[in-house]
Design a protein around this ligand. Sequence first.
Ligand SMILES: Cc1cc2nc3c(=O)[nH]c(=O)nc-3n(C[C@H](O)[C@H](O)[C@H](O)COP(=O)(O)OP(=O)(O)OC[C@H]3O[C@@H](n4cnc5c(N)ncnc54)[C@H](O)[C@@H]3O)c2cc1C
Length: 408
Amino acid sequence: MSQLGRSDHVVVVGAGVAGWRLVESLRREGYEGELTLVGDEPHVPYDRPPLSKQVLSGKWDLDKVTLATSEKLEASRTTLRLGVRVTELDVENTTVVLADGSTLAGTHVVLATGSLARTLTFPSAGALATLRNYDDLTRLDATLRSLEPESVVAIIGGGFVGAEAATSIKARGLTPIVLEVAPRPLIGVLGDTVSTWLETIGIDFGIEVRTSQHLRDVRPHEESFVIDFDDGWSLAAGAILAAVGSSLDLAWLEGSGLTLDHGVVVDRDLQAAKNVAAIGDVARFIVSSALGEEVARIEHWEVATEHAAQLARYWTSGERSTAVTIPYFWSDQYGKKIQMLGHPHPGDDVVMVEGSCEAGKWLALYSRDGYVTGGVSLSQPRGLALSKKLLEEPTTLKGALESAPWST
Ligand SMILES: Cc1cc2nc3c(=O)[nH]c(=O)nc-3n(C[C@H](O)[C@H](O)[C@H](O)COP(=O)(O)OP(=O)(O)OC[C@H]3O[C@@H](n4cnc5c(N)ncnc54)[C@H](O)[C@@H]3O)c2cc1C
């Protein structure tokens, strides 16, 4: 791998947090060459996590979530191409084609294209509103403003974004109702036991969370909607938000020669091909935990920023990451903070090591074959942070319980 120099040109596709942090990290590592950041959204890079939290609840506006302020942009000496999509990638010539017909020839290309909100489409209503980007937020905000106080807003999906949106919508004086298809929210991500512990946090916060909800159709009705369920019930709602997970747009990369498999597959240095890398939500990368390696795609804000720093170091100095990956994720929902460390599987064993459901705060450890694979906490940030060391090297659950780092 030749290191980046003054005559190089790095073209970054995707102006989200991964793309922007890469630009910043490259400059911090001393890269002096040309940098172009292309994004299909019309906005300068901004942070997505507050969209479902502070921005939707009306506390923050776009300025507050902007990552690339004008001073930072100027300091980064980056050419921004916003509001234009990249439609083709020529891997061999590290060149991209934009939707406006122009071509950008780089010496290096980075794919930081993130993921999309999965859409729900019903024959009578078409595609329902989603919340992935600032324009989605603006549209949703306008709809919510048009509703009478306490109007029902149906949120389809009780996952992280759905629960956060419900919390913010309640703060606006509306009545969110969460419709979850599974028997409990988050069961598919956090597992059976943890989802049981979290089962009542929505209701305790005053939000109706209906589980095992199978939708048959959504019909526009006067200024609002009617949702029909398989069991014959209906629900009238002033607005509907579909928060049903994510999807990927990889179609434009088919035939490029890159390996696509539920993401852009990269090696341990985040390389998808010679001088072509992928970072953030779109990258299917090697998660090297203390217990071994696993290939995964992880949609966490912190993973995106860490990828950016790792790639900048590798391309500027050849430094390879040797540290174990300890993914971190948080979610603010129903007045609580859920945090997770590591990459546990939903089927891993789990034990609560501190706190209780009654107390409304607790810390739990996941384990597999007797070894700790992750931690999850409810409004117990310190205990979780102190437990991080359990993931830095192989640790038995027995050893973890004996040393109990969370209680120091
Ligand atoms: C509402 C919401 C709340 C979230 N809350 C949390 C949270 O609390 N904690 C947490 O850890 N994570 C959270 N996340 C996830 C986190 O925001 C993502 O993991 C992170 O944004 C990933 O960064 P990225 O740069 O890889 O992708 P993105 O942020 O999705 O950025 C990718 C950008 O590339 C653009 N793009 C895509 N294709 C092209 C193309 N062909 N040409 C040009 N541009 C293109 C996209 O439009 C987008 O602007 C949340 C996400 C959402 C949507």
